[in-house]
Design a binder for this molecule. Structure first.
Ligand code: NAD
Ligand code: UD1
Length: 332
């Protein structure tokens, strides 16, 4: 079964492509390489023996998408393509609204034209906003506080409306918590350009000496050690969640909204300590000011994912730290 994976050379997309092949699907990737490299395709082949079919194209390009759909009988789409840096989205809202919103609109339009009715969408725990209390359940109210979050919030609404108008549609809105880690081979992972914003990539840069010191953004939150608590999830577990969602959509119509997290909260210092212990490296850190827009605690309720998808995360924080560092060491 052919599955179009938009953003399939990216961090989560590449791990999902591997899982698709392992589960007997035929992934077809479309990516404009704005935040990934074509060399990922060879790495996917090294892991699972298949060099995926690849189109270097933008999902906002209707003609290019039409070509892909006309050349391949696509049964479902997993839609990862999008821009994802919160800070950058505040500085460049036009780019974010245009890429994320317009890209999804064009994709849905072409899917409709070619009678493709199944889509798995990368949403984010960011849609729970600042006013809910963890554990977050899927029926809690959603909101957004920055342009990136707004695009996820709006894309969810758009996809729900499109599904409402077409009873043949099956949509999975997957709300990811904090994906970290890497493929155990060390071939796939994430090492962002420039100075990282997210915790794990920053820790890796400090551990390998490229950055001097991690600033812990606040230790006066109402959490066990005062530092921010998040639900870190191994990217391979997350990728497997997409296979469960695809299978669910094969059997069910309508819209499914579901969290993909572990249900366990870890503080910034928990992550730093686990990383140092598991990898035998030092992560210099100091306590700094809170980062504007951060919340104290964010973790998932995982009941619905277990119940509806039969999926739950298996890998723990130590394994996330081990695999993340292995990827960095092998790709320095
Ligand atoms: P990523 O940047 O590694 O992957 C996204 C891929 O999409 C990249 O390969 C990029 O080149 C491609 N892309 C971007 N715009 C495109 C366009 N217009 N046309 C074609 N390709 C395009 O990011 P990721 O971490 O793998 O995230 C994948 C998705 O999951 C994104 O939608 C992101 O918002 C969402 N998400 C990520 C996280 C996270 O922490 N990584 C958390 C929640 C949700
Ligand atoms: C951030 C985004 C969120 C996005 C997610 C995944 C913000 C406000 N939120 O979430 O919308 O979906 O990334 O891309 O940007 N931390 C430090 N020092 C650092 C970096 C982070 O102490 O140098 C702390 C943060 O305060 C937080 C935790 O580490 O408590 C995790 O931070 P991060 O990895 O940026 O993820 P989120 O803030 O959860």
């Amino acid at each position: 079964m052919k599955i179009l994976v938009t953003g399939g050379t990216g961090y989560i997309g590449s791990h999902t492509v591997v899982e698709l092949v392992k589960n007997g699907y035929e992934p077809i990737i479309v990516d404009n390489l704005i935040n990934s490299k074509e060399s990922v395709l060879g790495k996917i082949e090294q892991i699972c023996g298949v060099y995926p079919k690849f189109y270097n194209a933008d999902v906002c390009d209707e003609e290019a998408l039409e070509k892909i759909f006309s050349e391949n009988e696509i049964e479902a789409v997993i839609h990862f393509a999008g821009l994802k840096a919160v800070g950058e989205s505040v500085a460049k809202p036009l780019e974010y609204y245009s890429n994320n919103i317009f890209g999804t609109l064009v994709l849905c339009k072409v899917m409709k034209k070619y009678g493709c009715n199944r889509i798995v969408f990368s949403s984010s725990a960011t849609v729970y906003g600042m006013n809910n209390t963890a554990p977050y359940t899927e029926e809690m109210p959603t909101s957004a506080t920055n342009p990136y979050g707004q695009t996820k919030f709006m894309q969810e609404i758009m996809l729900k409306d499109i599904a409402y108008a077409n009873p043949e549609m099956s949509v999975a809105l997957l709300r990811y918590f904090n994906p970290i880690g890497a493929h155990e081979s060390g071939l796939l992972g994430e090492d962002p350009n420039g100075i990282p914003n997210n915790l794990m990539p920053y820790i890796c840069r400090v551990a390998d000496g490229r950055l001097a010191c991690l600033t812990v953004y606040g230790n006066d939150y109402d959490t066990p050690d005062g530092t921010g608590v998040r639900d870190y999830i191994h990217v391979v577990d997350l990728a497997e969640g997409h296979i469960s969602a695809l299978k669910y959509l094969e059997a069910n119509k309508g819209v499914l909204t579901v969290n993909l997290g572990t249900g366990k909260g870890s503080s910034v210092l928990d992550v730093v300590n686990a990383f140092e212990r598991v990898n035998g490296v030092k992560v210099n850190h100091k306590i700094g000011e809170r980062r504007p827009g951060d919340i104290a605690t964010c973790y998932a309720s995982t009941d619905k994912a277990k119940e509806v998808l039969g999926w739950e995360a298996k890998l723990n924080l130590d394994e996330m730290c081990r695999d993340n560092w292995n990827f960095i060491v092998k790709n320095r």
